[in-house]
Design a protein around this ligand. Structure first.
Ligand code: D41
Length: 684
């Protein structure tokens, strides 16, 4: 055990060092030591304080972890009342404020203002006696607040002892306690994991955390503090302006707004307002406006205040981003990919600068978690250009069937079983948050998307059927499903915007040409969720025919290489939907057929063990299709010619591969001979 005098000296040293690291980490955002080192010093101090309880001081960093729970918060009268701020919303109100200030000062000169973001937190007052934090309280009614000292000690960026010198024997530092957006998101994720209640926004989270009787709970919540002024003790400070005061507070170890500035007149104020408005989404904390303060302190004193609000300062607020309103109904919307999104129909409410009548509820789980019901009063949020959302309900305002706290008037929300647009089944994949309409090709909400995909180069490759044409065809009601494409005539098409006779003819020819395809392309063209080109090819190769794929269950599908439970479930859901099977039947009736993928076990593998190389442009077959046909017959298609190559299939403009084949004496055939091989096999 060290001698008491040595221990006392070491404890003081450790306290100073730990607070220096705290300040660097939480105020300057510039860590000075690794966490593990900090923990080691922290535990050493804890050890000394345990051995020598007389060494324990109020400003010890070990006191940041919280103490014994309180029964209630004692009232605390502020040394100097905490004023409130008047609000301005319009530029004209800001100009009027500036005019009042100049009139009050009887000056025609331009007035300088200290300007700063308006933190959306809770106003508090921190008392330091001889440089040591001794008491912290909420604003309360401005005269008397609640003392929450143990809780405030846990706020990591509040200095427990003032740095530097020159501070008066007693000083009240005023500021705002808040929670950073990132800390809030982390806290809510933690709450959710534990099944605890989530907070609606960082402000509520900060308020809920600060008002804990058990300071150990507050210690586990990531609160932060920013200073914006001084109450008692202000007269003793040798400063001339508010901006100098803020510099002094920063030097004593307080976090202050990095965005603070000094501007001239109402023009400068409005410029600052606009600048902070654009910065707002990227700021790490929520703000609800900016604050303008006459910079010269003697002028502040001269202006004084009226009924608790200073004449020298004003808050210029952004339009509120959150408002209360009522849920009139809950509908679902079908997106272009079939995603089903629950949407709250709201009693119109002005929020975020616009009137909002709908707000997204994101997905089924979110509605359940928030338990939003028809008739509920809800907090609606619209921030910037983000889609309005329902943040939370106000449980106390839920209407009930009777006056005695009986059951709610409306049942919990349930997602419809069928798509409101097309009546197809709604399905939700394993591990998926989003439910989807399985109507795919048939659903009007998904129609355009489904048609674009169907016509795409890697799908049915219908040249000339681009996005613009699809839009027109669908909007004019000419095409509902891919099967309708095969009924289009030159006359109908020529009637469309920017479509000449010649392009119409070409498009009809391209659509006609697409009747001859491959099974793999066709499967891909159906736009089954989670089925890309490669999976479509694997399915075609494995099953060999469409009926086999349609008939396969989840088990059978998973026998296909690379097909897992999620893909298999998507395929089953797609073919279970009768609308989809109907469209396939219509397509086949329209004459669609394919040349690959004959039943895997039917017919001999005529090209088994043979390696072919394709080169140049073939007269009718596309490269991918020729490859698929060779592979379906058991053959292999290689990228380069060697002595092991059995055939080189050469089309127009064949280059070096043809030369190599001739050089090595590899047989060279054309498309017609390839088709013969595919039909009859190799005649040896
Ligand atoms: O950021 C803030 N929320 C903020 C609040 C600020 N930056 N400055 C403030 N200045 C004052 C005066 C001028 C009265 C000292 C304030 C507040 N008051 C305030 N916050 C809550 C009530 C008043």
């Amino acid at each position: 055990m060290p001698a008491p005098a040595v221990a006392a000296e070491r404890a003081a040293e450790l306290r100073a060092e730990l607070e220096r690291h705290n300040h660097a980490y939480y105020v300057l955002d510039a860590p000075t030591i690794p966490d593990a080192e900090y923990d080691k010093l922290f535990r050493e101090l804890q050890g000394l304080e345990a051995e020598f309880p007389e060494l324990l001081t109020a400003d010890s960093p070990t006191q940041r972890v919280g103490g014994a729970p309180l029964k209630e918060f004692p009232p605390r009268r502020h040394g100097v009342p905490m004023l409130s701020l008047n609000n301005a919303f319009e530029p004209a109100e800001v100009e009027a404020f500036d005019k009042r200030v100049r009139d009050g000062l009887e000056t025609i000169a331009t007035v300088d203002y200290a300007v700063e973001p308006k933190f959306d937190g809770l106003a508090i007052s921190l008392t330091y006696e001889n440089g040591v934090f001794t008491c912290g309280a909420t604003r309360g009614d401005g005269v008397t607040g609640e003392e929450v000292t143990p809780n405030l000690r846990t706020v990591r960026n509040i200095p427990l002892r003032l740095h530097g010198e020159g501070w008066p024997a007693l000083i009240e530092v005023r500021g705002e306690v808040l929670m950073f957006k990132a800390d809030f998101a982390e806290l809510n994720a933690r709450q959710r994991e534990r099944g605890d209640k989530e907070f609606a926004n960082p402000r509520n989270a900060a308020a809920g955390s600060l008002r804990q009787l058990d300071s150990k709970i507050t210690a586990s919540r990531p609160l932060s503090f920013f200073a914006y002024g001084v109450g008692a003790g202000a007269d003793a400070l040798a400063v001339r302006t508010h901006s100098e005061l803020m510099d002094k507070l920063a030097a004593w170890g307080f976090p202050v707004a990095a965005e603070r500035a000094v501007v001239s007149g109402s023009h400068g104020q409005l410029e600052f307002f606009a600048k902070i408005g654009t910065l707002r989404p990227s700021l790490p904390y929520d703000i609800d406006g900016v604050v303008y303060k006459v910079n010269r302190l003697d002028w502040q004193a001269q202006l004084g205040f009226v009924s608790r609000a200073p004449r020298f300062a004003i808050a210029h607020k952004f339009p509120a981003e959150e408002a209360l309103t009522e849920v009139l109904g809950i509908d679902v919307q079908v997106g272009r990919t079939g995603a089903i999104t629950p949407v709250a129909r709201l009693k119109p409410v002005f929020v975020g600068g616009v009137t909002v009548t709908n707000a997204t509820l994101h997905n089924e789980d979110e509605v359940r978690r928030k338990d939003v019901r028809v008739g509920d009063t809800v907090i609606v949020r619209r921030a910037g250009d983000v889609i309005p959302e329902v943040v939370a309900i106000v449980p106390e305002k839920r209407p009930t069937r009777d006056l005695f706290g009986g059951e709610p008037l409306h049942p919990p929300f349930e997602l419809p079983k069928v798509c409101p647009e097309c009546g197809s089944a709604v399905a939700r994949g394993i591990d998926e948050a989003i439910a989807r309409c399985t109507g795919g090709l048939y659903c009007p909400a998904q129609r355009k998307q489904a048609l674009w995909h169907y016509a795409a180069r890697r799908a049915m490759d219908i040249e000339g059927l681009g996005d613009k044409i699809v839009d027109q065809l669908v909007d004019a009601g000419l095409v509902h499903t891919p099967a309708d494409l095969y009924k289009l005539t030159v006359e109908t098409l020529a009637g469309l915007d920017r479509m000449g006779e010649k392009s119409a003819q070409n498009l009809v020819a391209a659509i006609d040409h697409s009747r001859q395809t491959t099974l793999a392309r066709f499967i891909f063209a159906l736009g089954i969720r989670n089925v890309g080109e490669a999976t479509a090819r694997d399915l075609a190769r494995y099953f060999g025919n469409l009926d086999g794929i349609i008939a396969a269950d989840i088990e059978a599908l998973q026998q296909v290489p690379d097909v897992g439970p999620i893909v298999a479930a998507s395929i089953v859901a797609f073919f279970n939907e009768s609308h989809n099977r109907e469209i396939i039947a219509q397509l086949l009736a329209a004459g669609l057929h394919w040349t690959d993928g004959e039943p895997a076990d039917a017919g001999p593998k005529l090209l088994a063990g043979k390696t072919l190389v394709l080169t140049g442009t073939l007269p009718t077959l596309k490269r991918d299709d020729a490859k698929a046909m060779v592979e379906a017959a058991g053959g292999k298609v290689a990228g380069s010619v060697s002595k092991k190559t059995d055939f080189v299939v050469a089309g127009e403009e064949a280059g070096s591969k043809l030369e190599k084949a001739l050089e090595l004496g590899v047989p060279v055939i054309d498309e017609a001979e390839l088709l013969k091989l595919l039909e009859k096999g190799v005649q040896e």
